[in-house]
Design a protein around this ligand. Structure first.
Ligand code: AMP
Length: 192
C-alpha cells in the first residue's frame, strides 16, 4: 500500500491536485470535507451536527470525524492506497489513522504539505466562493477562522509526521501542472 496525506491550509490546492494524483497513482481519494458536505446534502444527523461547526469555520469533533473516516476506509478493502485530504487535522486523528492502517499492516508513507501564504489563500478561497456553493468560502470572517484553526490546531499534524520523518513540503504557488510535477517528484522518491 501507499498512503499519502495531502496536507495544507484551506485553499492550498489539495482538492485540485487530488484527482490528478488518483489518476496517476491509482489511489482512493478521501476528503472529509466532501464527506461532510454530502452528509449535509442528505440531511443526515451527522450532517446536521457537522454543519454547526463548519458554518463557523471550526473543526467538527474528533469523535464524529474519526468514525466517519473509518467507515469510508472500510468500504475500500482492496485499495492499493489512499490519499487523505483534509484529514487528519488533529493529533487524535493522526493516532486513530495510524492505528486504523496498522490493523491493515500498513502506515502513512508520506505527508506532503502544500505551502501557500495566507494572503494568497484568502484570495483563492474568496474566488472559489464566487462559483462554488460553499458558504464557508463566501464570508471573510469564516475564512479567517478556518485559517486560524489551521495554524493553531492542524499544523500540529505536520509536526507529528515530521517526528516520524515522513513530512515533506512543496511550494503550492504556481501553475497547477507545475505544482503537480513538484508533488510527483517527492512521491517518486518515497514510493519506490
Ligand atoms: P475542507 O473541505 O477540508 O476545507 O473542510 C470543510 C470543513 O469541514 C472544515 O472547515 C471543518 O469544519 C470540517 N472538516 C473537514 N475535515 C475535518 C477534519 N478532519 N476534522 C474536523 N473537521 C473537519
Amino acid at each position: 500500500m501507499f498512503n499519502l496525506i495531502l496536507f495544507g491550509a484551506p485553499g492550498s490546492g489539495k482538492g485540485t491536485q487530488s484527482p490528478m494524483l488518483v489518476e496517476k497513482y491509482g489511489l482512493v481519494h478521501i476528503s472529509t470535507g466532501d464527506l461532510f458536505r454530502s452528509e449535509i446534502k442528505n440531511q443526515t444527523p451527522l450532517g446536521l451536527e457537522a454543519k454547526s461547526y463548519m458554518d463557523k469555520g471550526a473543526l467538527v469533533p474528533d469523535s464524529v470525524t474519526i468514525g466517519m473516516l473509518a467507515s469510508k476506509v472500510e468500504r475500500h478493502p482492496d485499495a492499493t492506497g489512499f490519499i487523505f485530504d483534509g484529514f487528519p487535522r488533529t493529533v487524535a486523528q493522526c493516532e486513530a489513522l495510524d492505528q486504523m492502517l496498522a490493523e491493515k499492516g500498513a502506515a502513512i508513507d508520506l505527508l506532503l504539505e502544500l505551502e501557500v501564504a495566507d494572503d494568497i489563500l484568502l484570495g483563492r478561497l474568496l474566488k472559489r466562493g464566487e462559483t462554488s456553493q460553499r458558504s464557508d468560502d463566501q464570508d471573510v470572517s469564516i475564512i479567517k477562522n478556518r485559517l486560524q484553526t489551521y495554524h493553531e490546531q492542524t499544523t500540529l499534524v505536520g509536526g507529528y509526521y515530521a517526528k516520524l520523518d515522513k513530512a515533506h513540503k512543496v511550494n503550492g504557488v504556481g501553475e497547477i501542472n507545475e505544482v503537480f510535477t513538484r508533488i510527483c517528484k517527492v512521491i517518486n522518491t518515497v514510493n519506490v
